[in-house]
Design a protein around this ligand. Structure first.
Ligand SMILES: Cc1cc2nc3c(=O)[nH]c(=O)nc-3n(C[C@H](O)[C@H](O)[C@H](O)COP(=O)(O)OP(=O)(O)OC[C@H]3O[C@@H](n4cnc5c(N)ncnc54)[C@H](O)[C@@H]3O)c2cc1C
Length: 121
């Protein structure tokens, strides 16, 4: 079996290149609160979005991560936002029926609207 390392470019590295110019913050070892209303595990989009909602709702929160902040997919992705759902409407309709397929596709459109509002806020 071929060693994958053989096909890599000389300057290959396992971390995203854009981390060079936008390094993630080094937060050190923060002092944790003894009590919070909501403890959130994971500092990606999901965790941070949840934390914002909790804080805006007036509750205390802390975001915990096993790695450095932003370590996961959220700081490594392609940044594409679309309404496209896979499988497409026809395939979804065959599997779940027209009404459910329509609602799934509509959810994609709603999520795009949510994203625009969320970024604007
Ligand atoms: C290469 C790549 C390209 C992508 N491109 C796109 C794209 O263009 N468009 C798009 O919409 N999506 C894309 N995605 C998917 C998107 O990035 C993810 O769906 C999204 O970032 C997931 O966010 P998350 O917060 O759920 O997870 P993550 O950002 O992965 O965050 C999870 C965090 O939880 C922490 N964690 C996990 N388990 C524990 C534990 N037990 N204790 C403490 N901490 C823990 C991890 O360390 C991590 O920091 C891409 C993903 C990858 C990898």
């Amino acid at each position: 079996m071929a060693d994958n390392a053989d096909i890599r470019a000389d300057d290959f590295k396992a971390e995203p290149y854009w981390w060079d110019r936008t390094p993630r913050p080094n937060l050190g070892e923060p002092e944790l609160p003894s009590e919070v209303d909501v403890a959130i595990i994971g500092s990606g989009y999901t965790g941070l979005c949840a934390a914002i909602q909790v804080a805006r709702g007036g509750r205390s929160t802390v975001v915990l991560d096993a790695e450095e902040a932003g370590w996961g997919c959220s700081s490594r992705n392609g940044g594409q936002i679309s309404t496209s759902i896979k499988p497409d409407y026809e395939a979804l309709a065959r599997k779940h029926g027209a009404e459910t397929a329509f609602n799934i596709v509509k959810e994609g459109h709603r999520s795009l609207a949510f994203m625009k509002d969320f970024v604007a806020e």
